[in-house]
Ligand binder design. Structure first.
Ligand code: ADP
Ligand code: MG
Length: 269
């Protein structure tokens, strides 16, 4: 595995002291449901400070990958580490935005309640939210520009506003790493632009791993990009190369349509 070896060496040279661990590391991970693999031989390293994008078609295993990172699905094979810790421990450093489901908007709860929910894992057995919980929820809503809407019912918001509130829920635990599953799938184009601008801002303070079937905006905001469809193609440089497209990994159709531009440069990070 020459390519993998040089990838590791470069990581070591670039930023890592002996004590530092990558934000997220997967080594040869195979995982799935009911004993059948959905993702296979996944090796991935997300370094601290990365804005890492992974694209792939529906059913390609993106959500499964995030659940493996969170320790919600145990791999059949391979190793997962979050900041050097097993997922069950390391996930306290992670804020997670699950893939949006339509039923998320029918709960009759307020913006404020959703943000506070992000504090639940920090609260231990106490049924009450502390003043620290409230402060963290407030900061999170402020960060996504939704604090003025705190009393509103989430069912009454636009798709973009609602997604910001769910992002605030992920931020309320003050994570070091954000995992984002299709964060703009239910958002109109203008809303998407501003949500990606928000991610770039958040990326100054935290590592981000974003998965999406939509190739559009992601390529201009991330500093690293991979393609997943059961197996993964990673690329050390922030470009989409013909190699990534042609290896038979079935990247999404609109990415292939862009494939006549040999090296699609991403925005400088
Ligand atoms: P993506 O997020 O890229 O659309 P998923 O990770 O959701 O892909 O799904 C990958 C594959 O795993 C699909 O074939 C899907 O049907 C299957 N799958 C997802 N969740 C489950 C589950 N809970 N039980 C069984 N199969 C599942
Ligand atoms: Mg998914």
């Amino acid at each position: 595995m020459g390519a993998e070896h040089s990838f590791q060496e470069r990581g070591a040279k670039r930023s890592r002291s002996a004590m530092d661990e990558p934000a997220i590391s997967l080594r040869d991970v195979t995982a799935g449901y009911d004993g059948r693999p959905t993702i296979e031989a996944i090796t991935l390293e997300v370094e601290e400070g990365d804005f890492y994008g992974i694209i792939g078609p529906n059913g390609g295993g993106k959500s499964t990958l995030l659940k493996v990172i969170l320790g919600l699905i145990a791999p059949m094979k391979g190793a997962v580490r979050i900041m050097g810790l097993p997922p069950e421990e390391g996930r306290r450093h992670i804020g997670y935005l699950p893939q949006y489901a339509d039923y998320d908007k029918v709960y009759p709860i307020s913006v404020w309640d959703v943000a506070l929910m992000g504090r639940r894992s920090r609260r231990g057995i106490s049924p009450w939210y502390s003043s620290e919980d409230r402060r963290a929820a407030e900061e999170a809503l402020d960060a996504v520009n939704m604090l003025d809407h705190r009393e509103r019912n989430i069912g009454k918001l636009s798709g973009g506003q609602r997604q910001r509130v769910f992002i605030a829920r992920a931020l309320a635990s003050r994570p070091k790493i954000l995992l984002l599953d299709e964060p703009t799938a239910s958002v109109d184009p203008e809303g998407q632009e501003s949500i990606f601008a928000l991610f770039s801002e958040l990326n100054k303070e935290m590592t981000i791993l974003l998965v999406s079937h939509d190739v559009g905006m992601i390529t201009t905001h991330v500093n690293k990009l991979a393609c997943i469809n059961r197996t993964i193609v990673t690329h050390d440089e922030p470009v989409i190369t013909p190699e990534m497209l042609q290896k038979g990994y079935s990247c999404p159709v609109d990415l292939i349509a862009h494939g006549d531009v040999p090296h699609r440069m991403l925005r400088n990070h």
